[in-house]
Write a protein that binds this ligand. Sequence first.
Ligand SMILES: O=C(O)C(=O)[C@H](O)CO
Ligand SMILES: [Mg+2]
Length: 253
Amino acid sequence: MKLSANLGFLWADRPLPDAINAAKAAGYDAVECHWPYDTPASETLAALRETDLTMLGLNTPRGNVEIGENGLAALPGREAEARAAIDEALAYARATVTGAVHVMAGNCSGPRARTAFVENLGYACKEAARDGITILIEPLNHYNAPGYFLNSTGQAADIIREIGQANLRIMFDCYHVQIMEGEVSRRLENLLPLVGHIQIASVPDRGVPDHGELDYGYLLPRIAAMGWERPIGVEYLPAGSAETEISWMARYR
Ligand SMILES: O=C(O)C(=O)[C@H](O)CO
Ligand SMILES: [Mg+2]
């Protein structure tokens, strides 16, 4: 089982190149991040080359976070900003040889939001396809992301099927799926052809994935048995330092 350190949460207090080095030292096989834009892409790329780690994914900018914006792609009337955010994320991904961009929908609902999301995703897929980049959409739970447009795997699957682009996939975050829908292993197995990335954390506290209501001792071998070979994103909120918490990893190797 290969694991990817999500540097949006792990070593998030360090500059991104230092966090990449910390992930390498801790034994992770890959990294992924949330919003790397304060770090010049050249510095991120240098750290990736030095550690021989791949950046699996990054998120589009969220808009005005001070007023609670959490993405722009499903906001009717904000198409120009949404596409600028997609362009910025794709440029950073190209410059750092990152394989996927998570297009964040934002806080909205209703048919006009869905239309905006579908059209902006169509744009993102076409722009990304030129460089072999995958576009991800992630259903988020309504405690961490109240009002977020995308909150179920069924909704994500419908949108992916409607757009019909081969590089559009679900970011299946077991933490969010368990909170919103349950039946994580069956749901993942059914959706597997549409899944581009998998993430894990304990539920409900979003801690180290070795306790709580989801049994990763069962789930991770089950995911491997489904034929999943890519690194799984470890996206938990460290209670202390991520270094002192890595002993859980040994169990899943
Ligand atoms: O919150 C999550 O689970 C994510 O993976 C996103 O990238 C949004 O922060
Ligand atoms: Mg996630």
